[in-house]
Design a protein around this ligand. Structure first.
Ligand SMILES: C[S@@+](CC[C@H](N)C(=O)[O-])C[C@H]1O[C@@H](n2cnc3c(N)ncnc32)[C@H](O)[C@@H]1O
Length: 191
């Protein structure tokens, strides 16, 4: 019968996955205004080792008291910076070596599972109501959408962000050579 891992086991497991991870991930969050959405993005970002976050437009500030309700302390673990424009943020990300991939249901976007997510990637997401701005889409190096099959217009922005970050990590983690090393180590924690 399985049981939940204890917190110390989770820490060890996380350490092992960290050793298997080299790719850098950053985020551009444009005009996300709801505190629970930004909090959730910060928590996913911290869990998956996002190293930098650029906030643009009228995105809510991570220091807003209500952000902490979903961020649960992760707001203090991420380096973030506020820039006025998203195009400016995309250029800043590129200058730091990231390929900027806008995650949006946009014309000419490719399905996320076919998107160029290898290496160092900065994922950009847009506002709850009107999505990524034309300036952000124009400045991105690539555009990716998450395929949907239900009768809904779009995903919640925090959910879309978590899916895109997880897919970016999965690309690196599915590498068979890295998998062999970590699976052996992971078995120690699980058993
Ligand atoms: C709620 S959506 C924006 C609303 C949408 N543009 C509209 O007008 O209905 C907020 C953000 O979530 C992300 N998003 C949501 N669903 C997505 C999907 N299926 N593929 C890619 N990005 C998605 C995008 O970054 C988008 O800008």
């Amino acid at each position: 019968m399985s049981t939940q891992l204890r917190p110390t086991d989770v820490k060890r497991l996380n350490r092992q996955w960290r050793r298997r991870t080299e790719g850098r991930i950053a985020l551009i969050v444009e005009s996300v205004t709801q505190p629970f959405n930004l909090g959730s993005i910060l928590r996913s970002g911290a869990a998956f080792g996002v190293e930098a976050l650029w906030l643009t437009g009228n995105a809510i500030d991570p220091t807003h008291p209500q952000v902490g309700k979903t961020a649960l302390g992760s707001e203090a673990k991420l380096h973030w910076e506020r820039l006025r424009g998203s195009a400016e943020a995309a250029r800043a990300a590129r200058a730091e070596g990231f390929r900027v991939v806008a995650v949006e249901l946009a014309r000419d976007a490719v399905p996320l599972h076919e998107a160029p997510l290898e290496g160092d990637v900065c994922l950009a997401v847009g506002a709850e109501d009107h999505g990524c701005s034309p300036a952000l889409l124009a400045e991105a190096d690539a555009l990716a959408y998450i395929p949907q099959i239900g009768r809904v217009g779009s995903l919640n922005v925090a959910v879309a962000t978590a899916i895109a970050i997880a897919e970016t990590r999965r690309r690196e983690w599915q590498d068979p050579d890295r998998a062999a090393a970590t699976d052996a180590a992971g078995a120690e924690v699980m058993n």
